[in-house]
Write a protein that binds this ligand. Sequence first.
Ligand SMILES: N=C(N)NCCCCNCCCN
Ligand SMILES: [Mn+2]
Ligand SMILES: [Mn+2]
Length: 293
Amino acid sequence: MRLVFGERDTPYEAARVVVLPVPYDLSLSFLPGARRGPEAILLASRELEPFLLELGASPEEVGIHAAEPVPWVAGMAEESHRLIREEALKHLRAGKWVVALGGDHSITHPLVQAHKEALGAFSLLHIDAHADLYPEWQGSVYSHASPFHRLLQEGFSLAQVGIRAMDRDSLRLAREKGVALFPAHRIHREGLPLKEILAALGKRVYISLDFDALDPSVMPSVGTPLPGGLSYRQVVDLLEAVFAEKEVVGMDFVELSPNGQFHAEMTAAQLVYHAIGLKGLQAGWLSREADHI
Ligand SMILES: N=C(N)NCCCCNCCCN
Ligand SMILES: [Mn+2]
Ligand SMILES: [Mn+2]
């Protein structure tokens, strides 16, 4: 049975948004399981209320189509990443707004490459507990700890929000490359610096959200949990501000590793659905209901 997002799957031709399941998780370094993330989000999404009270709109009305999961090749990261890039490119060239569901964070590299090839330049907003700036980890440049090292080397500008784990070399690299770094401890002490974050981004933005950016109390189903994470409200407020000011060219949500705690899967699905609604409002595909409260 083909899994869809929410209660209503829009036929491909009519859909504006493609949810792209990417169950690749061969680059994980700690707890396994992110390959089951996409399926868990799609299953949980069926339980969401189609009308999103906070937005005063029903994101499903933009037309959401769930694509077939992207295949991967056992033991071959480069080939698996090529498949991800090609699949994303196909949907982008068809004019779709792509929301990729991981899978581990290594998938962001081929996804961003596909968006750059199809759409031109944009800056990166990376929301995560981890900086993921290692040149390689456990012997592989395709590690989930490395996507943003590669993207920096390829010239992308980067803002990182919620970071609470990075090594000295990564911090040095971030400073050298002018990464706009907004670590979790500063956010907890001083509040979410929305103006500074927006100022650090270009007009067009790709957002990569690692679910472990959220505190484990909210999101316990991740492969590398760390204390001191962001609240759901902080992440939603950040997304609202970015979508209101910027053209968000694409998104990925990665590292959900289902472990029987269904509230985490509902949280993940709700966040994806909320982001689709924000894109719908930004793009004019949706309007807030008059009775929006
Ligand atoms: N989810 C991630 N991106 N995890 C990164 C793991 C690599 C750094 N861990 C350092 C561990 C040293 N013992
Ligand atoms: Mn990550
Ligand atoms: Mn992480």
